[in-house]
Design a binder for this molecule. Structure first.
Ligand SMILES: Nc1nc2c(ncn2[C@@H]2O[C@H](COP(=O)(O)OP(=O)(O)O)[C@@H](O)[C@H]2O)c(=O)[nH]1
Ligand SMILES: [Mg+2]
Length: 319
């Protein structure tokens, strides 16, 4: 997904635009040599002004959907770069685009009124020098945009669909459940500014689609122990909608006692205030007494695909 338009190198942009205008101007003819030179110089001014102005304008335009980012993407972007700084740069680039066009128009008028060929050529050169100085003024802005653009390439592709985030301690069966519920292969997406990744799957039911996200290393550990970056990653997840599927392993074969798992559930409840579905997994490994006093919505076995379909139905109901 393109959030920030591709940004050309300023020096090359100017050079290549001027060169092209010179090459094309050579095709212009007229009755007298004097007329021909004048026409050619006017063409050079016009085409450099238009082409650069359009190029800059399209950078701003193609970046405009930057403001239409989902809150999730916005949160991630703000962790990757300074959004306000990028906005200010866009503003300057837009200014430069207009300024170059204006300059082109005024030089064109001047040249049209001038008879002396040497003066005309001098004016055209002067115009090019002034364009260069305008471009130099926004060089840094283009650089800012370019850097931000490179960073946005690391953003995960998360769709604007009803979304359920899967949480629970490691080895309780989150990935198994994600795979069992997903219609297609689970995708691995980068999670910017963390060393972690998101696992994304889609569950389908007739015409409905739910996006399922597993967050290894984020929603599988006590929130109190998280560092700043992990908390930021966690904060971003909140924007995906507050549907959480919390997985408990009452067999405790995951290696975490049920008390610890429940404590994580409580802190996620406090933090997200989610619409919550509590799943007890590994039904095949537990006896009834393990479930005593335990509050949950559904008991399944991801491994044996036991009641996975019913879980799917429940997900479509809460969302
Ligand atoms: N017996 C049994 N094992 C399961 C079940 N679900 C997952 N497992 C196993 O538990 C281990 C951890 O599962 P995984 O999905 O990777 O857990 P995650 O770390 O929460 O993503 C794997 O060896 C799975 O095969 C289940 O329903 N029954
Ligand atoms: Mg996993």
């Amino acid at each position: 997904m393109t959030i920030i338009a591709d940004v050309p190198n300023v020096d090359e942009l100017l050079k290549s635009t001027i060169k092209r205008s010179q090459r094309r101007a050579k095709q212009i003819t007229a009755k007298t040599k004097r007329q021909m030179i004048k026409k050619r110089e006017i063409y050079k001014i016009e085409s450099v002004a238009l082409s650069l102005s359009n190029k800059l304008e399209s950078i701003v335009k193609d970046t405009a959907n930057f403001r239409k980012l989902s809150p999730f993407q916005k949160e991630l972007c703000s962790a990757l770069f300074d959004i306000d700084e990028v906005r200010r740069s866009l503003h300057s680039i837009n200014w430069a685009s207009k300024k170059i066009l204006e300059l082109g128009n005024s030089y064109k008028k001047k040249v049209m009124k001038t008879k002396d060929i040497e003066s005309i050529t001098r004016m055209r050169k002067q115009f090019e020098a002034r364009v260069e100085s305008i471009l130099n003024k926004v060089k840094n802005d283009l650089e800012i945009l370019k850097k931000a653009g490179i960073k946005t390439k690391q953003l995960p592709s998360i769709k604007e669909l009803p979304t359920v985030v899967i949480a629970g301690y490691p080895n309780v069966g989150k990935s198994s459940i994600l795979n069992a519920l997903s219609d297609s292969k689970v995708k691995v997406e980068p999670y910017p500014f963390t060393t972690k990744q998101l696992l994304v799957g889609y569950a389908k039911r007739r015409f409905d689609n739910i996006q399922l996200i597993d967050t290894p290393g984020i929603l599988d550990r006590p929130i109190e122990k998280m560092n700043r970056i992990e908390r930021q990653a966690l904060a971003a997840l909140k924007h995906l909608g507050n549907n959480i599927l919390f997985v408990l392993d009452a067999s405790e074969t995951c290696g975490f006692p049920i008390e610890k798992q429940l404590a994580l559930l409580e802190s996620i409840k406090r933090l997200f205030k989610p619409k919550l579905l509590v799943v007890v997994n590994k039904k095949d490994l537990i006896t009834k007494d393990k479930l005593k006093g335990l509050e949950y919505d559904i008991l399944i076995s991801a491994k044996n695909k036991k009641d996975v379909e019913r879980l799917k139905e429940m997900l479509f109901e809460i969302i």
